[in-house]
Design a protein around this ligand. Structure first.
Ligand code: ADE
Length: 661
């Protein structure tokens, strides 16, 4: 028993052990282990792709081999890995070559899809897929999904060989091929041919290497992105096109049509370009023209001096214009038009007396108009030079400004042996008279002071407020008696008998001889001393600014905003006195005196600030003085910064224009 047992049991055990081991071994050998991932982007380089699948699975069936499905969509290579029973079709395709350990992708046209499939035997052999290796000398390039290295993928082309078609080789035809193929060779391009054979039209769609002849022809247009059909020379009804873009051989553009298409595309492009360029240009031009127009209109309106009531060119004796100004510059009055009708002026009363002339209030009686009050400055024939100087100054049309006395005309009244200057009339009279009779408030101070500075700034400027060129003029006799007060309590400058035009027409001699003129009381120290730099036109302006500062002081001295207002007094002394140059020199140069700035002027911030401005204007050093334009700006800054207390406002309003009793 024991022997039987030992004899019979031993071999059975051995067989069992062996068969168990063999079964285990068999199972291990027969069940493949494969990469098994749903579609995901693959990493392709050169002519191989790595699936990037991290799942490795023992296949459920012993027959299963490893397989991969490869396709390209929108330039991305996608791979699906799986176990596959090779006795069954994969994506409708029976795989034959699966015994190799390499998974070599081959193109399959499965129900219109462009796929590459492969199958292999061996653990995870579908991890790496090989594309059909093209000949070694060709550049092997395809796109990697993971890196942006430039690889070239084989082209996707329509590939139906021959198909009958309705296309009659005109216009644009669709191939109606429903097979898109990945070309075998990355060098291959898409090609289409149209031919008519035995009355039947055929379209051929293929991949083709342009290095080789196609139907006996070398392809010339294979770098196109569109398939533009060209008639094959010497062949009836035979057209070929080639192109290098995905499925570009599906749409066949016949010659002529291609031209037309490209022509119309070009036209479209040109039109778009024109629209893009011309429309903004046109808009810009329209805007510019409108802007220009508005600026002009604005300028004209802004700069227009209101027409003198009742004046017209025919009734004016001598209308000041650029034309007759050149006449007037000649040395005597004979250059005037003596035939010109004189204005119907009736003199009323003397309103002022100057060095060389008297000023009358007068009535200008124009037909069909009610009489206009004007001022007539009458020069005796002996004072021709003064009349001429002032006329020349007035005759510059660019002098017109709201703060400069408005000029109407000049006349040679031969029978009376008089020269006339007819101007606007201002019933408030001159500033000296006005200040001696009125106390003013802060607002009036600002109005009178700023308008005075504006008038001087305009006179000195070589530009009109509208930007036109203008000759700079210096007044040289600025004083409160030569400033008129208009009805709106603004100032205008008058009496230009000593004025000088600072242009090339003024000779250096004239400048050199023009050393000491004006009224001693208002003369700047350098004028009193006759030490002006006569070659520098700025020095004339600086002397005017000094005089203007004294006038500003006069205005300030009558302002009630500081509390106490003294009697009107001209700068440096009593009204009736006429200090001579020598006594003024003692005060202004030797003693460096200036009109007093009372301590009470610091009670009002605005007056205090303006006092400092005035002091800067009467600086002994002409160069250190402010310009008239700067004073205008100071007035603007100070008047807008200073808001006087309500009570002071009311007081100043009440004060303004009140006769002093
Ligand atoms: N005094 C001098 N010129 C005058 C004018 N134009 N109007 C009033 N008074 C003046």
């Amino acid at each position: 028993m024991e022997r039987f047992g030992s004899v019979s049991f031993g071999p059975v055990l051995l067989v069992c052990l062996m068969s168990g081991a063999s079964a285990l071994l068999h199972t291990a050998n027969l069940h493949s282990q494969c990469k098994s991932c749903d579609p995901h982007p693959a990493d392709c380089r050169s002519y191989q792709c790595i699936s990037n699948c991290s799942v490795s699975k023992v296949c459920p069936n012993p027959q299963d081999v490893c397989a991969a499905v490869w396709w390209r969509q929108a330039g991305v290579v996608t791979v699906e890995t799986r176990c596959h029973n090779p006795t069954q079709p994969l994506r409708g395709v029976m795989l034959e070559d699966y015994s190799s350990s390499d998974c070599v992708l081959t193109i399959r046209h499965a129900s219109g899809h462009n796929l590459r499939l492969c199958a292999c035997t061996g653990r995870d052999c579908n991890e790496r897929m090989l594309l059909n290796k093209p000949s070694e000398d060709l550049e092997l390039v395809i796109m990697t999904a993971s890196e942006n290295k430039p690889f070239r993928l084989p082209q996707l082309c329509k590939f139906c060989d021959f198909e009958s078609t309705e296309c009659n080789a005109t216009g644009v035809c669709e191939s109606s091929c429903n097979i898109t193929s990945i070309c075998e060779d990355p060098e291959e391009v898409c090609v289409s041919a149209w031919r008519r054979s035995e009355g039947k039209a055929l379209i051929e769609t293929v991949c083709h290497n342009p290095a080789l002849k196609f139907r006996g022809q070398y392809l010339t247009d294979y770098n196109n992105t569109r398939c533009e059909m060209k008639k094959v020379k010497g062949m009836e009804d035979f057209y070929i096109c080639s192109c290098n873009a995905e499925e570009c051989n599906d749409r066949l553009i016949f010659t002529g049509e291609a031209d037309r298409v490209s022509l119309s595309a070009e036209r479209k492009n040109l039109l778009t370009l024109l629209l893009l360029v011309l429309v903004p240009l046109l808009i810009a031009a329209v805007l510019l023209v409108s802007l220009f127009y508005f600026v002009c209109v604005c300028r004209q309106q802004k700069c227009k001096v209101p027409a003198t009531k009742g004046m017209d060119s025919e009734t004016c004796a001598i209308i000041m214009s650029d034309d007759n100004r050149s006449d007037s510059s000649s040395a005597n009055a004979n250059s005037l038009n003596h035939n010109t009708e004189l204005l119907p002026v009736q003199l009323d009363a003397v309103v002022g007396k100057g060095r060389f002339a008297e000023v009358f209030r007068a009535k200008l009686k124009q037909a069909s108009e009610s009489p206009q009050t004007v001022a007539v400055k009458i020069f005796p024939y002996d004072e021709y030079a003064s009349w001429k100087t002032e006329w020349e100054i007035f005759s510059d049309a660019e002098l017109q400004h709201e703060n400069v006395l408005q000029f109407i005309t000049a006349e040679d009244r031969k029978t009376a042996r008089q020269y006339w200057l007819i101007t606007a009339y201002h019933e408030r009279g001159n500033l000296q008279e006005f200040l001696s009779q009125h106390v003013i408030g802060w607002d009036e101070l600002c109005q009178l002071g700023r308008s005075l500075a504006r008038g001087v700034a305009h006179l000195h400027s070589d530009r009109t407020p509208c930007g036109r060129a203008k000759v700079a003029i210096v007044h040289r006799d600025l004083k409160s008696a030569n400033v008129l007060v208009k009805s709106d309590l603004t100032c205008c400058l008058c009496d230009f008998g000593l004025s000088l035009r600072l242009d090339s027409s003024t000779s250096p001699e004239e400048l050199a001889n023009s050393g000491q003129v004006g009224t001693a009381r208002y003369m700047a120290p350098e004028v009193l001393e006759s030490r002006m730099d006569l070659e520098n036109i700025e020095s004339f302006k600086q002397a005017d600014v000094y005089s203007m500062a004294l006038v500003l002081w006069e205005i300030m001295s009558r302002c009630s905003a500081t509390g106490d207002v003294r009697e009107y007094e001209p700068p440096f002394g009593k009204l009736k006195e006429h200090p001579c140059v020598e006594s003024m020199k003692d005060d202004v140069i030797r003693d460096r005196l200036r009109p007093e700035i009372p301590a009470s002027w610091s009670n009002h911030m605005g007056v205090h600030l303006l006092s400092s401005t005035i002091e800067e204007c009467w600086d002994h050093d002409p160069e250190a003085r402010l310009t008239a334009q700067c004073v205008v700006e100071r007035f603007g800054d100070i008047s807008s910064a200073v808001i006087p207390p309500l009570s002071s406002d009311i007081k100043s309003t009440e004060d303004s224009g009140n006769d002093q009793k």
